[in-house]
Design a protein around this ligand. Structure first.
Ligand code: GLN
Length: 391
């Protein structure tokens, strides 16, 4: 076992004895899950999957499908059209609540059932089969392998899905649903019944972490701005009426499902996923949540704590024998990074012998923000002769 996998294994072993909660029982097929199953996986920028525990255990994706079908709808229909059908505000209510906006009838957000059904109605396709095919194809592209629908779970959910059908009828009465009730809910039930493993979920999370490019297949699945929109909504709404406390404790956008899956995203760093069927009162996996919370603490992944890498671009200095030289910038140049570069540069420029040149080579930057480049250029106006910027 490599050292990183060993660290993950330690986290898993610490959490394993916890036995609070119970598997979902309102969908008969889910009640049959083995509550002892526990697994955890992490995928980084090179697409290497590190997994521990029951990582081959298969389970249905359930509500974790919601952010990915949302990504499909945003990609195909655009943000404005999607937002005309569903809001982006945390509901503070359980996942199956009737959280519809007064006046418009829009569901509060796409992570609760009402919102997800509205989003599923936006999936292109003439009938349930075509729409399901689009959904499965999208989920598969995120996972980097061909996924399929578990017909038994689908049938079990469809047979007992009166509450979701009722939600869809309400949506239709408000003119929020695109097309008929049955088409929307049947697409939704099938998307929830897609079979995954914790490895699949970690790759799917990683695809969101890297701006829509699957780090395993290297394929772009969705556009960068779509990935950002999806993560923003996961950040405020992904854990239902626990989303605020989750952000406080863990600090990562996440999505849970009633089968016991959970994924979380550390942008530019990792996709992580956990699986353990026992759920808390919000319908979130108990041990899965603890695993991700421990990982976030141990690896310093909370998004809202200071991360130096954003403020400090990589700088390589090559000094020339007669003074001067080349400063090569790499990584990401943001606003704060510009300030640091300028401070280094001023020191260097002050001691620059007459006739020597100091070149700042910004061509190796992986990403630069327009405002940061404008600020950097402006600083160069006031630099001594001999200091040049190459962008
Ligand atoms: N298919 C489930 C439902 O609609 C999904 C809910 C969930 O995972 N929270 O009830």
């Amino acid at each position: 076992m490599d050292p990183i996998t060993a660290l993950l294994d330690d986290v898993l072993a610490e959490i394993a004895p916890q036995d609070a909660g119970a598997p979902a029982d309102y969908i008969p097929e889910l009640a049959a899950a083995d509550p002892e199953r526990l697994a955890f996986a992490v995928v980084g920028p090179h697409g290497r999957v590190r997994a521990v525990g029951d990582d081959a255990a298969e389970f249905t994706i359930q509500s974790i499908s919601k952010p990915f079908v949302l990504a499909l709808a945003l990609q195909e229909q655009g943000r404005d059209r999607v937002l005309s059908r569903v809001g982006v505000e945390p509901s503070g209510e359980p996942f199956n609540a009737i959280s519809l906006e007064a006046g418009t009838g829009r569901p509060a957000n796409p992570m609760i059932n009402a919102g997800a059904i509205a989003v599923s109605s936006l999936v292109p396709g003439d009938d349930v089969d075509e729409r399901t095919a689009r959904v499965v194809e999208t989920l598969s592209a995120f996972a980097g392998r061909s996924l399929w629908v578990d017909e038994a779970v689908y049938a079990s959910e469809s047979a007992t899905g009166d509450r979701n059908r009722a939600l869809a009828h309400l949506l239709r009465s408000h003119d929020v649903l695109e097309g008929g009730v049955e088409t929307a809910v049947e697409t939704y039930f099938r998307q929830c019944a897609v079979i995954v493993t914790v490895r699949d979920l970690a790759v799917m999370a990683a695809t969101l972490a890297f701006g829509g490019v699957n780090p395993v297949t290297r394929r772009r699945v969705i556009d960068g701005p779509v990935a950002r929109d999806v993560l923003s909504i996961m950040g405020s709404c992904g854990m239902y009426d626990f989303s605020g406390e989750w952000m406080l404790r863990v600090g990562l956008p996440a999505k849970s499902g009633v089968s016991g899956g959970l994924l979380a995203v550390a942008p530019s760093q990792f996709g992580v996923a956990a699986f353990s069927p026992r759920l808390d009162e919000h319908g979130n996996t108990v041990r899965g949540g603890l695993v991700v919370e421990t990982l976030s603490e141990r690896f310093g992944m909370h998004l809202l704590e200071p991360h130096e890498s954003v403020a400090v671009p990589a700088v390589a200095i090559e000094r020339a024998p007669g003074g001067g030289g080349v400063i090569r910038l790499g990584g990401e140049l943001g606003f704060a990074g510009t300030e640091r570069i300028v401070a280094i540069l001023r020191d260097f420029a002050d001691g620059l012998p007459a006739g020597a040149t100091l070149t700042v080579d910004a061509t190796g930057l992986g990403a630069s923000h327009p405002g940061a480049v404008v600020a950097l250029r402006a600083e160069f106006e006031t630099m001594p002769a001999g200091v040049v910027l190459v962008v």
